[in-house]
Structure formats: C-alpha cells, structure tokens
Design a protein around this ligand. Structure first.
Ligand code: ATP
Length: 231
C-alpha cells in the first residue's frame, strides 16, 4: 500500500468527527471517499494532509509514518492536496502560481512537468500570463489541480473538485482525473458519486466518521452505495 490509514480518530472539541477510520490506497489507483454531508470526508482529508493533527491512529505514506509530520513535510513526501474552494494566489499570474510550486518542490525536469500540466489543462497555457483571480471558478479549479501536480505528488487528494463548476469544465476535470489515474494514486471526494464510482478502483463510504462500506471496483454496486448516501 502506498498510503495506509489505520484507526484514525479526529475530534472537534469533544465531538468525534472520525471514529477509527482504516483503509489503504494502492500505488496508481483511485479511491473514492463517499458519504453524506457531514459524514467526515473533508475532516479525513484535512487530517491526512496535516491541516489538523489526528487525535489518534497512524498514517503511513510509502512506509513512512507521517501521522505527526507538519503539512509542508507531508507535501514534500508526496501528498498533493486540492482543498474545497481552490486555493490559488489570485494576485499572481497563472504561470507564477505553477512556477512557485515547481521551484519550491525542486522537482526534476520542471519543463517536462510544466508541459504535462498545460497539456492536461490547455486553458492554463492560454491564460498563462493572466491573474489567477481573473479566471472563472472552473478555470481556478484547473489551476488548483495544476498547482498540486507541480509538486509531482505520489497521492493527489481532491476535495469535491467539480463542486459549483459549469458543466463544460466539469467534463474537462473528469477527463483529467481519468488521465492522471494510473500515473499516481488519487483520493477523490466527489458529490457526483456516479462519476466517482466510474473512475475509482476502490471506494470507502463514511457515515458519522466511520467506514460503513468499502470495496474493490469489481464489488461496487452503485445502487447499494446510492442507498447509503441518500437515506
Ligand atoms: P460536506 O459534504 O458537507 O463537506 P463532510 O463529509 O466533508 O461534509 P465534514 O466537513 O468533515 O463532513 O464534517 C464532519 C463533522 O464534523 C460534521 O458533523 C461537522 O458538523 C463537524 N465539523 C466540521 N468542521 C467543524 C469545525 N470546524 N468545528 C466543529 N465541527 C466541525
């Protein structure tokens, strides 16, 4: 397993938000994290990347224990995170947004990686010198994913990447996820569970901070999962 999450627990004050979550993510595979509003999906991703330290449990990334590592170290070790709400630098150009990450992470062959990102999202090449803040919401989401890719992550972690985005760009983002899958591990929280299930190799359904269902691609039953999400 590339990412191994074991008995992960998280609290907000005295409220339990993650209750012993365990699952693994294999190299070059896509895992969908599903669950109703408030199930704990965002909390899980934030705990994984170190926005909040876990109350207990362990997170192993490529065999290394990162449970207590600060978020910048987890990023350096290979966790690329695109939070809900697209974190980009609005006052910097599209190109500067990407170049900063390429430089900070000292990736090998930055020119090749930059070309890969632009070929995945051609609009970023077209808008290279424009302010990030001038992009549409969907274009900013593409930039946010491009920035995460510029750190050459081992695991790309996406929190509802298509939320609130116009349909034409939703398609571009879905196509990009399909394209990236197989080249890196992807952990995907996605409200459109039909898409999430169609692209994922594995899935985990959370409810009230617990894993209530999980499985491999072959065992996925969309109706079954839908029932868990809509009850
Ligand atoms: P959504 O789909 O609405 O984003 P989610 O599955 O991502 O939901 P979380 O946002 O992780 O769920 O929330 C899990 C639980 O923790 C919920 O009960 C929520 O109310 C609570 N929670 C989330 N953030 C905080 C916070 N900052 N302070 C207190 N409680 C919080």
């Amino acid at each position: 397993m590339l990412l191994n999450i074991s008995q992960l627990t998280q609290h907000y004050g005295s409220a339990l938000a993650l209750d012993g979550v365990s699952f693994g993510v294999e190299k070059d595979s896509c895992t969908a994290i599903l669950g109703r509003n408030g199930a704990g999906k965002t909390t899980l991703l934030q705990t994984l990347v170190g926005v909040m330290p876990a109350t207990s449990g362990t997170i192993l990334l490529d065999g290394q224990d990162v449970t207590t590592a600060p978020s910048h170290k987890r990023a350096r070790r290979g966790l690329g995170y695109v939070p809900q709400g697209r974190e980009i630098f609005s006052d910097l150009s599209v190109g500067q947004n990407i170049e900063i990450v390429l430089r900070n992470h000292r990736v090998s062959e930055p020119d090749t990686l930059r070309d890969e990102i632009v070929s995945l999202f051609p609009v970023l090449g077209e808008m290279w010198t424009r302010r990030g803040g001038d992009l549409s919401g969907g274009q900013q989401q593409q930039l946010a994913i491009g920035r995460a890719l510029a750190s050459r992550p081992k695991v790309l972690i996406l929190d509802e990447p298509t939320e609130g985005i116009q349909p034409s760009i939703v398609q571009a983002i879905e196509d990009a996820i399909r394209d990236l899958k197989g080249r890196m591990a992807i952990l995907l929280v996605e409200q459109y569970y039909e898409f999430a299930l169609s692209v994922a190799d594995d899935y985990v359904v959370l409810d009230r901070g617990r894993v209530v269902k999980s499985g491999r691609g072959a065992s996925m039953d969309a109706d079954d999962v839908a029932a868990l999400l809509t009850v």
